[in-house]
Design a protein around this ligand. Sequence first.
Ligand SMILES: *[C@@H]1O[C@H](CO)[C@@H](O)[C@H](O)[C@H]1NC(C)=O
Ligand SMILES: *[C@@H]1O[C@H](CO)[C@@H](O)[C@H](O)[C@H]1NC(C)=O
Ligand SMILES: *[C@@H]1O[C@H](CO)[C@@H](O)[C@H](O)[C@H]1NC(C)=O
Length: 189
Amino acid sequence: MSSRTLSAIEVITLLLQASVVSSFLQTTTYPLTVVDKFTIPRTFENIATRHHGHLIVTSVTSSTLYQVSPVEEDETVAIANIARRTRLLGIVELEQDVFYVVAVNASSQRYSWFKIHLEVANITSAQLLNGMCRLEPNNNSMLLIADYAAGNVVKLDVETGAYEVIIDETSMKPLATGLQVAINGIHVH
Ligand SMILES: *[C@@H]1O[C@H](CO)[C@@H](O)[C@H](O)[C@H]1NC(C)=O
Ligand SMILES: *[C@@H]1O[C@H](CO)[C@@H](O)[C@H](O)[C@H]1NC(C)=O
Ligand SMILES: *[C@@H]1O[C@H](CO)[C@@H](O)[C@H](O)[C@H]1NC(C)=O
């Protein structure tokens, strides 16, 4: 190391050289694969990586968080939508599956931080889950979820991750002909 103090322009040059070297190494050492292509949203802003390798991406043109799989065949899923906000910016995972996202409403310029708990359970027996509601008005842990392919209703305890099929009826199953969608929306009154 030279004892001479580097001028700002030399530091910038060194940084540029370092970044050229590192991007050169990255593009030549590792194969690049397109894992997904989007038309909407048109741009992405920030990215967080989940423990199983999926990416959670934010966009300043959308209030929806998307999960992108590193495997091209897997579908990208919209995993959360933040109401009354138009842009999502930074995203960070502070503990496993607990993400914090900065969201802004472009017209009011109000920034808010949202905590999003992404995973409580893998419902491995499920086919295609859709509608969801709470089981009881004052119970913050029990959910009902409609499986619109299996045509049944699953009860999920979000605290423990325990789940079971609690309604399995012919009237909720898809028909052999017509729309291949069975029970879909679900509400408890
Ligand atoms: C943004 O905030 C304004 C003022 O509170 C509100 O009228 C508007 O609906 C909000 N935008 C969205 C997309 O909800
Ligand atoms: C869900 O499955 C993934 C992949 O097998 C695993 O890493 C994760 O810990 C599971 N989550 C729960 C809550 O069981
Ligand atoms: C929610 O429902 C479950 C199952 O019925 C029960 O074990 C739990 O104590 C309930 N929680 C509250 C807050 O009522």
